[in-house]
Design a protein around this ligand. Structure first.
Ligand SMILES: CC(C)(COP(=O)(O)OP(=O)(O)OC[C@H]1O[C@@H](n2cnc3c(N)ncnc32)[C@H](O)[C@@H]1OP(=O)(O)O)[C@@H](O)C(=O)NCCC(=O)NCCS
Length: 248
């Protein structure tokens, strides 16, 4: 209850997040959120009061968000893969199933790769990180990176004096997205960020990156739950290694 209230209060107060509620007889029975800071809109979390689930409230809340998204470049979300109702609802609204994801958590047991530099991101790195994201995904997330610098401790990995990967919120998977030029950059980034973080790493790994998945398991990371990345509108197959936040 406390965690839900805190999350909702933070999202409602954020100027770049659209928030909508559903009312039934003057009572709030559902809510939905959508980030609007960058070109791709990210939907979630959506919740409907259990006593009225399955009666059309979720569809209305999703339609409200999509109407607001208008002709945005794209809209994305990650859904709990075991939730047949939400997957069917989002697909019927026009979202495509894009990637199987797995929430994983742990600190890579190998420790940092001493030949590679991993360090906290600074404001001066945002442009390079935005360029990297654009080259991998064809979209920028600079607003989100600025927010991550304010609220979390994002990390970058450098090779030959160049940023070749970053992640935005090492220990908070909901808001943690990452990109890297290569799988080796991503491994070094995860190993370094794990060594520099007091808590275990947590992230939504796209499991079709089979080698990286096996590396994470070999490093002792635990699988928590499966999710699905769903997208509407613009989508470019990633040209590099990556993992999405719960938004995209
Ligand atoms: C997921 C959630 C937001 C959906 O809202 P809801 O009000 O229950 O859903 P709705 O009644 O509006 O829509 C469900 C749709 O899926 C369809 N559906 C449900 N189960 C289905 C199934 N097994 N197969 C196919 N379609 C199914 C329904 O027929 C309905 O479609 P319709 O609008 O064409 O009739 C809500 O159930 C919820 O809050 N769940 C708990 C929290 C959660 O899981 N959040 C989202 C995480 S991804």
């Amino acid at each position: 209850m406390e965690a839900g209230t805190q999350l909702a209060a933070t999202f409602i107060a954020a100027p770049s997040i659209y928030a909508v509620v559903a009312e039934l007889d003057g009572r709030v029975v559902g809510s939905n959120f959508m980030t609007e800071g960058d070109p791709i809109r990210g939907i979630g979390p959506i919740t409907v009061d259990p006593s009225v689930q399955g009666s059309g409230v979720g569809r209305r809340l999703m339609e409200a968000a999509l109407e607001r998204a208008g002709d945005a470049k794209g809209v994305r979300l990650a859904q709990d893969a075991f939730n047949a109702r939400s997957m069917a609802l989002y697909a019927s609204l026009g979202f495509d199933v894009r990637e199987p994801l797995l929430l994983i958590r742990g600190t890579p047991r190998s420790g940092p790769d001493l030949g590679v530099s991993v360090r906290p991101m600074t404001a001066a790195d945002v442009d390079a990180c935005t360029d990297l994201c654009t080259s991998v995904h064809g979209i920028s997330r600079s607003h989100e990176l600025q927010e991550a610098l304010r609220v979390f401790t994002p990390f970058v990995v450098e090779r030959e004096g160049r940023i070749t990967g970053y992640l935005s919120a090492a220990t908070f998977w909901l808001m943690n997205h990452g990109v890297a030029e290569t799988e080796l950059d991503m491994r070094a980034l995860l190993a370094g960020a794990g060594a520099l973080s007091a808590e275990p790493l947590s992230l939504l790994l796209p499991t079709r990156q089979a080698n990286l998945f096996r590396w994470c398991l070999h490093q002792g990371m635990q699988a928590i739950k499966p999710m699905t990345l769903m997208t509407m509108g613009h989508y470019q197959e990633p040209r590099g290694c990556y993992f999405p936040s719960v938004l995209y």
